[in-house]
Ligand binder design. Structure first.
Ligand SMILES: [Zn+2]
Length: 671
């Protein structure tokens, strides 16, 4: 008996064996195919219900099995599970492609789409119809055969280039190592970092210390190492990855990827790749993104220049530095930050015992949305560290099931994320409630000490819980639009906005109490946290904007005339660079976010999301951070609505107006 193939509500972890997965996947894919066939073979004329809705409700068992499996692969994996993942991933993407390329299915979808004006659909239904139709059309379903063929060629070529782009960066990263044998060269590094560097040398059977271009090695060295020449060496090595005119160089890849994306967009009838991408974003057009980035740039630049001057003066006074260079930035910023705030994680941690912070975020959710959290012990879980909760509303109706998995262990990947084991939707009149999970990597308690969080971990917990609320409070009809199924530049609003409560006295008083004395965190410390959170915000903003502008320069215009990658980049960075130029380095050749990952024409969304969350929180601040009326509006128009409507419309319904950038500028101290 395969527990994944019989109906289950909460995931049946304790009965699961690895050998259950493949047969379950095979069966569920076959069932999902049969559901699709039932749609295409339907002899009745295509309708919203028998085609669009049927398509969205299809494959539910497969979704559930996939979420159980892939969540385990992230949080509690082993070699067998990884092997199954390798095996099943191509099969799943083939199944996905078979749907998008199914011409009979598209014919029916298009038939419904073409009469959408006359169907009397709800807003949610219109959005679903649009989304389903675009799932086909954006993959070429409307193109002639020869153009379709060209589209497939472009897709195949692009994925090869992207793969090669990433391989080159990895090879370049692994190729470089800075081997130090003189301990004075490590002066300034904290003991833990030195040990890590010694460990790395030892692993390669070398004497002394090893510094590499991997972040955990590179970042601390740039931040703490006193030796300026070595910082310069490391910085240039880092900044010139895949930019050495050799077999690992990515300049050709950058040009080709940008050109193919442009050609693909043109084939589908879009002016540029950015026009294609942004059609499915809150920002909507490249012009809007460009305007947004420029406006922020104009506002942030004076502050950034002030901060830079301050840093220059500080470095000059401290070490007689006449010309501050890129490799000095992190080092002197860290020193200046220490001088200004002297804010030590160890001083804050006693106020943030994990259990208190969890209770705190629950209380915040209760005060805002009337949620009640009950820890329960009758829900099957995949590891003993996982805690399970049932969440009820004020009428004792079940809202969601919540899994909290907070400590690192072998088999769990790093970082923090929100995910779900079951999505919310309405079927046959029943509102099926979701199963949401937060997974983090916070220090485990020991026999003598509880788990005490750094402030950064506290905001991480609130952040992921904010995504969690977006899932828990979901209240839509169709699963494909539920919860976090929203546009990319909107998905971080619920998570980022909740972080704001971590800086408020009224919220901190609820949970930030010393784990030994019970004393509430002193306001003086809170003020320091706030002030240090916006330290060098102007310079940080400029840096983020430079990446967003670079992204748009590659994807928002015709790239076929660009021949010199570095020159293209220099033109963009001229507006944002505070440091002297470094001819030997190039950002684009290792900008994996946009050339390998999925962030092309999307880098702006980091700042976009900040504008949204600052503007939304300003509304709470104005009326009171626990104001019920504002909270109810946020729940009604944002948290419960998923992707059922254009996010700008949802936002305006909540706020009464489109988001403005002033609240962010104010919060960041840029005004
Ligand atoms: Zn997030």
């Amino acid at each position: 008996m395969n527990p994944l193939l019989s109906p289950f509500d909460t995931a049946p972890f304790s009965e699961l064996k690895n050998e259950h997965f493949m047969p379950a996947f095979t069966q569920a894919i076959a069932d999902a195919r049969a559901e699709i066939e039932a749609i295409t073979h339907n002899t009745e004329a295509p309708t919203f219900k028998n085609t669009i809705a049927a398509l969205d409700y299809s494959g539910k068992q497969l979704d559930r099995i996939s979420s159980v499996f892939f969540n385990l692969n992230s949080a509690e994996t082993n070699e067998d599970i990884q092997k199954i993942a390798q095996e099943i991933s191509p099969i799943l993407s083939e199944f996905g492609n078979d749907i998008t390329l199914n011409e009979d299915l598209f014919k029916r979808v298009k038939a419904v789409y073409d009469q959408k004006e006359n169907l009397d659909l709800t807003t949610e239904e219109q959005t679903l119809l649009d989304k389903k139709y675009k799932g086909f059309s954006r993959n070429g379903a409307n193109l002639s055969e020869d153009r379709k063929k060209r589209l497939r060629e472009i897709d195949a070529a692009s994925s090869k280039l992207k793969l090669n782009f990433g391989e080159n960066i990895l090879a370049e990263t692994n190729k470089f190592q800075m081997h130090l044998t003189n301990e004075t060269d490590l002066e300034g590094l904290p003991e833990g970092e030195k040990e890590a560097a010694a460990q790395m040398a030892k692993a390669k059977e070398l004497e002394g210390w090893l510094i590499t271009l991997d972040y955990p090695s590179y970042i601390p060295f740039m931040k703490y190492a006193k030796n300026r020449a070595l910082r310069k060496k490391l910085s240039i090595a880092f900044g010139s990855k895949a930019f050495h005119n050799d077999e690992l160089d990515n300049q050709e890849n950058v040009l080709k990827i940008a050109q193919l994306r442009h050609e693909r967009a043109n084939l589908l009838g879009y002016k540029t790749h950015a026009h294609f991408v942004l059609e499915e974003r809150m920002a909507q057009t490249p012009e809007k993104v460009q305007e947004f980035l420029n406006e922020l740039l104009e506002k942030a630049k004076p502050a950034a220049e002030r901060e830079f001057k301050e840093l220059e003066d500080f470095a000059k006074e401290l070490d007689g530095i006449d010309q501050l260079e890129k490799w000095d930035g992190a080092y002197y910023s860290e020193k200046l930050k220490q001088k200004l705030f002297n804010l030590d994680d160890e001083k804050l941690k006693p106020y943030f015992k994990l259990e208190n912070v969890i209770a705190g975020v629950f209380t915040v959710a209760e005060k805002l949305y009337g949620l009640q959290f009950e820890e329960v012990f009758d829900i099957d879980k995949y590891h003993e560290d996982v805690k399970t909760y049932r969440i009820y509303d004020e009428d004792r109706k079940l809202v969601a099931i919540f899994y909290a998995d907070f400590h690192p262990r072998a088999g769990k990947r790093g970082g923090a994320w929100m995910t779900s084991f079951k999505s919310q939707y309405v079927e046959n009149g029943e509102n099926v409630r979701p199963h949401i999970s937060n997974v983090c990597n916070f220090t485990k308690p020991t026999a003598s000490k509880p788990s005490l969080l750094t402030f950064n971990e506290v905001t991480t917990l609130f952040h992921e819980f904010g995504h969690g609320l977006h899932g828990m409070l979901a209240d839509t009809v169709y699963p494909g639009l539920s919860g976090t199924s929203v546009y990319w530049d909107f998905v971080e609003l619920p998570s980022q906005v909740l972080e704001n409560w971590c800086y408020e006295k009224e919220a901190l008083e609820l949970f930030a109490t010393h784990y030994e004395t019970g004393e509430v965190i002193p306001m003086e410390l809170v003020e320091k946290i706030k002030a240090s959170a916006t330290f060098q915000e102007g310079m940080q903003t400029l840096r983020q904007l430079s990446f967003g502008l670079l992204d748009m320069s590659w994807h928002g215009t015709d790239p076929t005339t660009i021949t010199d990658v570095k020159a293209q980049e220099d033109t963009v960075f001229k507006e944002t660079d505070l440091y002297p130029a470094t001819p030997d380095t190039c950002m684009s050749t290792s900008f994996a976010h946009i050339f390998q990952g999925g962030y092309s024409s999307g880098y702006y969304s980091y700042k976009w999301a900040e504008v949204l969350d600052a503007d939304a929180f300003a509304y709470f601040k104005e009326k009171g951070i626990f104001n019920k009326e504002v909270a109810t509006k946020f729940k009604e128009h944002v948290l419960s609505k998923g992707g059922t409507e254009n996010p700008m419309e949802l936002y305006k319904k909540f706020r009464g107006a489109a988001p403005k950038i002033e609240p962010l500028l104010e919060r960041a101290g840029l005004l």
